[in-house]
Ligand binder design. Structure first.
Ligand code: PEP
Ligand code: MG
Length: 550
């Protein structure tokens, strides 16, 4: 028996085959005696395809984000014509090697040469050459990066997974997730919870590719990966699996019930989603609305800025599928751990406190406008509400409102239907927003507290850091008092307040939330029914605020 210990970040227990995910699934083979003309023609086609892709990316980048953003793709395209780079490939083709090997070797040679130069600008170009080389190779081999090439569902294993990778993977093939690195507050962990699959991260280097193909149990509650369990352990694991099934059965009896306490206080239980695909899980778990649609995942899943039309289709699909129930769509929250190459964000020492979320939108009005147009257009097809993340100041909200007004004026002039009464809300995620919540409440229709970020900024604890342990304490009285201040400010101004951070699903805090009068809790779809069961057993008027004291 072998037990590896990590951090459990998404509950549940699953058994299956470990599949180590490779960033590029195909391996470059070295062949000699290849047919020179054929290889040359293949290489030519791959280069043409790469040039076309880069040209399209540059064009869109220029239209949506300006010249600076387009330059990277143009630089990459220039490498496709670089004489030294191409000569190095040609030399290898001449020696009878296959095109893949020629590209890989020439790329590495050229990149190493750049990396060894004195000039730091030239050194940095080495990464660009590797990037272009990867693109040509993918086009040569027809590789779609990062797929799961397995017949049935597997335990997805990796060193770490970026949110953009997780979102692009075929979810029907994932039983559970296990990673060497990562933390419970990462967006990959959040995605695992949304998908309702067990996940363990931070397993360390001991968990490596040698385990590819082995059978294992993943236990989300304890953060363990267990191989070859002995008799006693096996019995306990199987008993837990049976219990899990039983609880799922019990929870199904909650479907169709109201989210009301025994003394009649209604708490709306909504869901957090990252893509239109997740709506199926919302409906299956009987979520009463969408409290947070993390729209940035549309951007993370794309190779380039999603167009207004693409976004409109996604938002409309969700709004229509929810059939008149509220769908709160958050404008893009890129930055920090959610990096998107084509945004070309500057590398920051402290990205969580850098140019992220609403700051990017306010800095790049064209990107913001495209998203707002798509959102307002979707508002004609359901009960859409728009929410702005990472607000810290009154002027930011005023500027968001002005941007919304401009878009509404445009749509009116173009005769495009939209709902002019679309609710506008903000996320309360910064201590600054808590402290001026009374002023902010005058400007919006609702608040939704993002406790993941509010915890990190209130306690000065990086949500991505795995080593903080007990220092990262979402039950800290400071955080609970911030929630109470926010709720009071909202209610005094006559607007509603919800929680959409992970804390909303924390059943141990439900009495505290009820005592504060929180109106809505937005949780991962699989947490809806357990939360409903707990609400239906509670008596709101007997709940107290004792947890607000240390
Ligand atoms: C939060 O910060 O609590 C939140 C819901 O937003 P995200 O986790 O996407 O940053
Ligand atoms: Mg947040």
């Amino acid at each position: 028996m072998k037990i590896m210990q990590g951090q459990g970040v998404s509950k549940g227990i699953e058994h299956g085959t470990i599949y180590f995910y490779h960033r590029c699934a195909a391996k470059v083979e070295k062949r000699t005696g290849a047919h020179r003309q054929e290889e040359e023609a293949r290489l030519e086609r791959a280069k043409e395809r790469s040039a076309r892709q880069l040209g399209e990316m540059a064009e869109k980048a220029r239209a949506e984000a300006g010249d600076e953003a387009a330059v990277l793709f143009e630089t990459h395209a220039m490498f496709l014509e670089d004489e030294d780079y191409l000569a190095a490939m040609d030399e290898l083709l001449e020696q009878g090697f296959n095109a893949e090997y020629a590209v890989q070797q020439a790329g590495e040679k050229f990149a190493s040469m750049l990396a060894s130069m004195e000039d730091s600008y030239m050194q940095a170009r080495a990464a660009d050459v590797r990037d272009v080389t990867g693109r040509i190779l993918n086009n040569l081999m027809g590789v779609v990066e990062g797929g799961i090439h397995a017949d049935g569902p597997v335990i997805l294993a990796a060193e770490d997974l970026a949110p953009s990778e997780t979102i692009q993977l075929d979810k029907s093939k994932i039983l559970a997730i296990a990673t060497q690195k990562g933390s419970g507050n990462s967006h990959t962990a959040i995605l695992a919870r949304t998908m309702g699959i067990p996940a363990v991260c931070g397993l360390g280097e001991e968990f490596n590719e040698d385990f590819h193909g082995r059978q294992a149990y993943i236990v989300g509650e304890t953060g363990q990966v267990i191989l070859e369990p002995d008799g006693e352990m096996l019995a306990s694991l199987e008993a837990r699996r049976a219990k899990q099934e039983e609880t799922r059965e019990l929870m199904r009896t909650m479907v169709g019930q109201e989210d009301v306490t025994l003394d009649g206080k209604q708490v709306h239980v909504y869901c957090n989603i990252g893509s239109p695909e997740d709506v199926a899980s919302v409906l299956a778990n009987d979520g009463q609305g969408i409290g947070l649609f993390r729209s940035e995942f549309l951007y993370l899943a794309a190779q380039d800025y999603p167009t207004e039309e693409e976004q409109f289709r996604a938002y409309k699909e969700v709004a229509a599928a929810m059939q008149g129930k509220r769908v709160i769509i958050r404008t893009l929250d890129i930055g920090a751990d959610k990096q998107v190459d084509y945004f070309h964000l500057h590398k920051e020492e402290n990205p969580a406190m850098g140019v992220r979320a609403i700051r990017i939108c306010l800095n790049r009005p064209q990107v913001f406008r495209t998203q707002l147009r798509a959102l307002y257009r979707a508002s004609a097809y359901g009960k859409v509400a728009i929410m702005f993340p990472m607000i810290a100041s009154v002027w930011e909200v005023k500027e968001c409102r002005r941007a919304c007004q401009r878009v509404m004026d445009e749509l009116t002039a173009e005769g495009i239907p939209f709902n002019p009464d679309t609710e506008l809300g903000i996320m309360i995620e910064t201590p600054a927003a808590v402290l001026i919540a009374d002023e902010l409440a005058q400007l919006v229709d609702f608040f939704s507290v993002g406790t993941n970020d509010l915890t990190q900024y209130t306690l000065a604890c990086d949500r991505q850091c795995n080593d903080l342990g007990k220092f990262f304490d979402p039950h800290h009285p400071a955080l609970l008092r911030a929630l109470k201040m926010t709720a009071d400010a909202a209610h005094q101004a006559g607007i509603w307040v919800g929680i959409c951070g992970e804390l909303a699903a924390d059943l141990s805090l439900l009495p505290t939330f009820l005592a504060m009068g929180i109106d809505e809790l937005s949780v991962t779809p699989t947490a809806v029914l357990p939360l409903r069961a707990a609400i239906r057993k509670s008596i709101a008027k007997t709940c107290t605020l004792e947890r607000l004291n240390s």
